[in-house]
Design a protein around this ligand. Structure first.
Ligand code: ZN
Length: 386
């Protein structure tokens, strides 16, 4: 009887896992799969009531009621990957053959890092593995808010950020539905850390929860009624730009002027490189001149022309140029460059690509008493909140 119950409960868990994955986007039922980190060979997990299972037959489930520690190793043999799990430092080791290992438990942690109650380990195409958190969209958004903006900011600013982050997440979940994970937990997508377990009682986390709850289900829609992949950035420097200007594609949702920006403490910046360092970052052996290309009435440059000699030149789009020099150092495309001896001094304003919502500008609007819908229509004038 016990065995049957165990088998039934396993089938139930398994079916709910499948059902989760297939739930429709419209009712908000599909959980977000967010890559929290990656690891090379092994990962140590702790938690209470750990349940570990394969996705392929023969199914195995390990359920331990008390606080447990699991060491999971990723082993490659004969061109195949499998998982070796050892619990509480005791034998026997258990082998799982599926590329995905589903682990559930309360108070899950990897080293000191708090994790959602459901995670997937994924053997990535390289030699290592990915640690992927699986959590409801609204819960994910609380962790994004807590990581993307200070929660001491006005509630309406947080609400506008919640709608933008929800829209972005929904759009990429659709775009990447067949991938092992939907989003990175870094600036590559949206910064995320799991806050609900560790900071449950913090009033600031309550404020993030409130911002998410009071905008539940709301997202930005394009003129074609599609969920907008809503970009946002730290500080526009005074004027936002379009996705097309930065990446040469994307939906035009309009631009905005922020009289309050630049207001981020680091958004009037200076960055100095020696000629040797610049050559290295641009991956060129030598060049004769650099020329910034800036369209009239634009705050940002559109490209940099690198002349190698009188005949040869290369035009590097502004975003590519920022990537080569480092997004965190060349903080925006609104800059000038001067030479001082053998050094290049880049000086600029703003922080980030400048598309969509400006976080520091939205803070200023929140402080002026604007509500989240007004903030969103300021930054996405051609999109609708629904
Ligand atoms: Zn701004």
């Amino acid at each position: 009887m016990k065995l049957i119950l165990a088998a039934l409960s396993f089938i139930f868990v398994w079916i709910s896992f499948i059902a989760d994955a297939q739930a429709s986007l419209i009712d908000g039922g599909e959980p977000v799969r967010v890559r929290l980190s990656s690891f090379k060979e092994k990962i140590k997990l702790t938690g209470t009531g750990l349940r570990i299972q394969n996705k392929e037959e023969p199914f195995q489930i390990v359920a331990i009621p008390q606080k447990s520690e699991a060491e999971v190793r990723l082993v490659h043999k004969n061109g195949k990957s499998h998982w070796v799990v050892r619990l509480n430092n005791k034998d026997p080791e258990r082998i799982f053959v599926d590329p995905f290992l589903l682990i559930e438990g309360q108070g899950l942690r990897a080293e000191a890092k708090a994790l959602p109650n459901k995670i997937i380990l994924h053997a990535s195409s390289g030699s290592g593995g990915d640690l992927i958190g699986v959590l409801p969209l609204e819960e994910y958004l609380v962790g994004v808010l807590a990581s993307e903006v200070p929660l001491s900011w006005p509630l309406e600013t947080l609400k506008a950020q919640a709608v933008a982050a929800r829209s972005y997440a929904l759009a990429v979940m659709k775009e990447r539905k067949n991938r092992a994970f939907h989003v990175e937990s870094s600036i590559l997508d949206q910064v995320f850390r799991h806050v609900l377990s560790e900071d449950d009682k913090s009033p600031l986390i309550d404020k993030a929860l409130q911002a998410v709850r009071e905008t539940k289900g709301l997202r930005l829609l394009t003129a074609k009624n599609q969920v907008l992949k809503a970009f946002y950035h730290s500080d526009c420097g005074g004027q936002t730009t379009t996705a097309k200007n930065v990446w040469n594609h994307g939906v035009n949702t309009g631009t905005a002027v922020d009289s309050s920006c630049p207001s981020h403490p680091g958004s009037r910046w200076k960055f100095q490189l020696s000629r040797a360092e610049l050559l290295e970052r641009l991956k060129v052996a030598e060049f004769k001149a650099l020329e910034l290309i800036k369209p009239l009435h634009e705050k940002r440059i559109s490209a940099v022309r690198v002349a190698f000699n009188d005949m040869e030149q290369k035009v590097i789009p502004a975003n590519e140029f920022r990537k080569l020099l480092g997004f965190q150092e060349l903080k925006s495309a609104a800059f000038t460059v001067v030479m001082s001896g053998d050094d290049y001094i880049f000086q600029g304003e703003g922080f980030g690509h400048g598309v969509g919502l400006c976080q520091w500008g939205s803070r200023a609007l929140g402080l002026q008493g604007r509500n989240y819908k007004q903030i969103l229509s300021h930054y996405y004038p051609l999109a609708a909140v629904k």
